[in-house]
Design a protein around this ligand. Structure first.
Ligand code: 13P
Length: 335
């Protein structure tokens, strides 16, 4: 394992004022998103939408890396350059989603286990040669009716650590993503408890399997009440509970935590990150973003209206707002 390469890449991905763009929707998800704004989904429309974003002038000031899907890493920009080469040429790290999706967990109805370990070593080797320097694997944890089960927690934690070990062996920084979903009517305390449990299990597996934490990143959910819970908490409470949970359950030798947005509004995702970074305490890790929808939802709608430069400006604005949230310097007037 080249620990120096991994540590350098991980630190660069959470460099001051920068975060990650998650543009790794599977073909199915990306197609649904395109269809939802009236665009016929195809390999070419997925390419055209994404390469327009990747051609945005100046976004590398706010974005350190872009997570790609297998289809995208093999596609080209409009000028014929390969997408990973185009990203690398402006100092943006290409990343790659390497899981193959969340599938039904046997014997545990309604729960998911993320698959993709078979053949992973060879795929990582190929992605590294194509220019990828980091990877993502997303485990999905649903709350509700005696869920999550301990089987769901332990199988997903085990798979996350196996994935992380294989990536590191092949020179890719693993983003370890155990996502506790917002869907449901659970309260924020339940989200806190379940998040604590999956984090403990994941890092116990990482320790057992020898994952080199200074060369890895964590991508967690924030601590939020379920989207249909009547008792929503304030932005300040989200920020305080999230930092409290992470401080207790995330090892301090990890260089960075890059949140997912998970269905939060654009502005909530920015405001929560801003509040965490504005706190009067020094956190042990960088607190940054790896947002998908919170960076791109409006950019997609604008692109679908044939406003390609407009889509780039909308994306650039959101990236800049989140960059300001890295130092607690965002406020709603800037919106
Ligand atoms: P969202 O920010 O839209 O949740 O996407 C981030 C991501 O990559 C989820 O795996």
């Amino acid at each position: 394992m080249d620990t120096q390469l991994l540590e350098n890449t991980a630190r660069d991905l959470v460099a001051a004022g920068k975060g990650i763009l998650a543009a790794d929707e599977s073909n199915g998800t990306m197609s649904n998103r395109l269809e939802s704004v009236g665009v016929t989904a195809s390999s070419e429309t997925r390419r055209a939408y994404r390469t327009n974003l990747f051609a945005t002038e100046g976004y590398q000031d706010f974005i350190s890396g872009v997570i790609l899907f297998d289809e995208t890493i093999r596609q080209t920009m409009s000028d014929g350059r390969s997408i990973p080469d185009a990203l690398s040429s402006i100092g943006v790290y290409p990343g790659i989603k390497v899981d193959t999706g969340a599938k039904d967990l046997a014997n545990n109805s309604g729960e998911k286990i993320t698959e993709g370990l078979d053949g992973l070593r060879a795929r990582c080797e190929e992605y590294f040669l194509m220019g990828a320097r980091f990877a993502k694997w997303r485990a999905v944890i649903q709350i509700g009716n005696n869920k999550p089960s301990s089987a769901c927690i332990s199988t997903n934690a085990h798979a996350l650590a196996r994935y992380a070990s294989i990536c590191q062996e092949q020179g890719l920084v693993p983003i370890i993503e155990p996502e506790v979903l917002m869907a449901g009517n659970h309260d924020a305390q339940t989200c806190y408890d379940v998040t604590s449990e999956i984090l403990e299990a994941t890092f116990a597996e990482c320790r057992m399997q020898g994952v080199h934490l200074p060369g890895a990143l964590l991508k967690p959910n924030m601590i939020i009440a379920g989207s249909s819970c009547p008792n929503q908490i304030t932005r300040e409470e989200v920020a305080n509970l999230t930092v409290d949970c992470l401080t207790k359950h995330v090892p301090h030798d990890l260089p960075g935590i890059v949140f997912l947005s998970g269905g939060q509004s654009d502005e909530d995702a920015t405001a929560h990150l801003n509040l965490m970074n504005a706190m009067d305490v020094e956190h042990p890790w960088e607190l940054s973003y790896s947002y998908g929808r919170a960076l791109l939802a409006n950019a997609l709608k604008t692109w679908a209206n044939d406003e390609h430069e407009g889509s780039q400006s909308v994306f650039l604005h959101r990236a800049k707002m989140n960059s300001l949230a890295r130092t607690g310097d965002w406020n709603s007037d800037l919106e």
